[in-house]
Unconditional design. Structure first.
Length: 87
């Protein structure tokens, strides 16, 4: 774990934003296809896996909007299920 050593007589103040966990966000994004209602997920990390998952959802017909940084609104009402025919 990283450490910060502060030397001085000044009072520390400020904010640190912590993004959500990728390993929790990916299953939540996948679960959004189970309902026709819009699912809003907040505090998603901006990492490649989340971007890839978003593209996959869009490729199967879901609508994914990002109204704010780290917020995704996923609507899967227009997803069409395809049957695979085997010979």
């Amino acid at each position: 774990m990283d450490k910060f050593r502060i030397i001085g007589g000044r009072v520390l103040n400020g904010r640190v934003s912590i993004s959500g966990a990728k390993n929790s966000a990916l299953p939540c994004m996948a679960a959004a296809v189970l309902t026709q209602e819009t699912v809003t997920l907040h505090n998603l990390p901006y990492v490649r896996d989340i971007i890839t998952q978003r593209r996959l959802l869009e490729d199967i017909g879901a609508t994914v909007l990002t109204p704010e940084l780290r917020t995704h609104k996923i609507t899967a009402a227009n997803i069409e299920l395809l049957k695979r025919h085997t010979n």
